[in-house]
Ligand binder design. Structure first.
Ligand SMILES: Cc1cc2nc3c(=O)[nH]c(=O)nc-3n(C[C@H](O)[C@H](O)[C@H](O)COP(=O)(O)OP(=O)(O)OC[C@H]3O[C@@H](n4cnc5c(N)ncnc54)[C@H](O)[C@@H]3O)c2cc1C
Length: 233
């Protein structure tokens, strides 16, 4: 399908892309929005919908999913057209000055302006090179915590040292039966406030650190994990 519009094409329906739709709408510029994910909200929706966010102006506290809903609501009056589940994989300047965006689903959009609000890019999990990993994926190996309740009462080992790993460890400390955080270095790359909170939960015995350590193997029946092996570094 080929669509030519007198507006803008926004690549990325994360928080920035959604707010662009609002800002452009205020200037009477309608938008077509392309995103590789099946839903709006970028990292907020895909990676941490239940995480509390504290650094949004005039919003002392809001969950990731609620922030996305508010941004979508703010953009809605300008009637954006969303093209989800498709990656923009080619951008071309045409002779008449328009931009052409081609997507992985065969859609072609042409418009006088393109906004690239691609954030962290069209992201997917970084899969560790562990034997038998595929069999556990989707059963007891997960790459994100979408609903904390899914981990209720479980023993959870989280591998990573950035914002995602630290935030999820904090989130699950009150939900899971036990939380380990495995990281290759003793220092964490998350926000200072999150690291402080992490360390206080470690001191309270609610999270156990395996750092510096590296995820080295999986044990179980091929679908359900019974243990993870961590090498000391
Ligand atoms: C666990 C975690 C917790 C966080 N907590 C906070 C917090 O408390 N406070 C805070 O301010 N920030 C936080 N962040 C960071 C925040 O989520 C990002 O800064 C924010 O999402 C950036 O928004 P964005 O719209 O620029 O990009 P993204 O959210 O990355 O969205 C970009 C969108 O573009 C799409 N896209 C990219 N390339 C293409 C393509 N070629 N074709 C189609 N679609 C494409 C992606 O699919 C994605 O939906 C956190 C991040 C994580 C991972």
């Amino acid at each position: 399908m080929n669509i030519r519009v007198q507006g803008a094409i926004v690549i990325g329906a994360g928080p920035v892309g959604l707010f662009c739709v609002f800002t452009l709408g205020m200037a009477n510029i309608p938008c077509h929005v392309v995103d590789a994910l099946p839903e709006l909200g970028g990292q907020c929706a895909a990676l941490y919908p239940e995480k509390p966010i504290y650094d949004i102006p005039a919003q002392p506290f809001i969950l990731g999913a609620d922030l996305v809903e508010r941004l979508a609501e703010q953009a809605r009056p300008f009637e954006p057209v969303y093209h989800l589940n498709q990656q923009a994989n080619r951008l071309t300047r045409l002779d008449d000055g328009f931009w052409r965006v081609e997507t992985s689903q065969g859609l072609t959009l042409e418009a006088p302006a393109v906004v690239i609000a691609a954030g962290a890019g069209a992201f997917g999990p970084k899969r560790p090179p562990l034997e038998g990993l595929e069999g556990y994926e989707g059963h007891s190996v997960h790459y994100l915590v979408k609903r904390a309740a899914d981990f209720q009462g479980l023993r959870v080992a989280i591998a990573g040292g950035g914002d995602s790993a630290v935030d999820w460890a904090i989130l699950l400390a009150g939900v899971a039966a036990k939380v380990w955080l495995i990281h290759r270095r003793p220092q964490f790359r998350a926000h200072a406030g999150s690291v402080e909170k992490l360390m206080s939960l470690v001191a309270e015995g609610k999270i156990e650190l395996a750092a510096p350590g590296q995820l080295a193997g999986l044990e179980g029946d091929g679908r359900q994990l019974s243990a993870v092996i961590v090498d000391d570094l």
